[in-house]
Design a protein around this ligand. Sequence first.
Ligand code: HEM
Length: 349
Amino acid sequence: MSKIGKWIDERTGLSGPIQSFLRYPIPAYVHKNVLYMLGGLSLISFLLQALTGILLTFYFDPSTEGAYNSVDYITYTLPLGWLIRGIHHYGASAMVILVAFHMLRTYFTAAYKKPREINWLTGVILLFVTVAFGFTGYLLPWDQKGYWATRVGTEIASSVPIIGETIGQIMRGGAQLGQTTLTRFFATHVMVLPALLAALIGVHIFQLRHHGVAPAVTEAGKRDSKRFLPFFPYWVINDTVAGLGLLAILVVLASTQRAPLEFPADPTSSDFIPRPEWYFLFYYQILKYFPGPLEPVATVLIPLFIFGSMILLPFLDRSPERRPWKKPVTLIAGIFYIVVIVVFTVLAL
Ligand code: HEM
């Protein structure tokens, strides 16, 4: 250890925990397996969002008079502003995709089973927090798209029986969308959700280190599961390369297609068709099939059923079997949800 390193270690005692974090042995069969890189990539995409988000807040004006102009300035005038906003804009979609695919990997390999229930449960909340980032961020430019999508979103929340009106009031900070709404969405987007996500990721990774990676499901994986490689350098190099690949894709997207900004929000316009972010489209489509008195089916029963079954999954599925092809119920349920989301998204488009 260098002199400076020794000096710091004598005062902080950090070298021991850091060494054991870096030397942690991971089964060799998950190395360079793209399905097992999705969690790390989700983390990298969050770090990219945090970095570009911080840079954006240096120029963003969270007021209804100034928000639109500040985003316009970032996109069209500020040097490299288009790049930072572009990475943040496309990065948000990338994070939703990565987290969703990571969840599918853990679902189909039954990694949620005992003793990894807490890993799964923190994961379920992480998924909802990731989507909440998208919902709150959409309003911030205060353009037509964000304004009208949020208006519909808060109206959906308000239509929930009994508690809906209170939820709507809390989200908007009043009866109408206005400055308080923007302030609340901004505070949630840049303070509440990042703090929550960081804390949950901490628990998630701690749990992962505590229990290790779930046993292999394939025969080849099982044969190779006695061989271990240390986290450093194998995973560190692997994830850095994958993260740079992700960044390269986001830079290409940001360069070829500017992050969109529509006309400024106009609460009086009557002909604007509200469009949510693409990952909410399937849900908006489902809502259309439950008009009038049937609405609570889509706003309460379906979300409660989905959230409830995700929470209960590790406690209901208790057999030791992990191979997806030997678990017809979870296999069919998983495929059913994927088909529903894809079909309703396509219909909405
Ligand atoms: C921001 C979101 C998330 C981050 C940063 C994250 C990070 C990670 C990382 C780095 C791993 C180890 C590598 C891997 O298995 O890919 C992992 C494992 C795991 N994650 Fe996540 N995750 C997130 C969301 C989720 C979600 C939404 C779920 C499920 C609902 C989930 C459930 C799990 C489980 C059960 C494991 C253990 C896998 C095993 O032992 O094989 N995670 N997560």
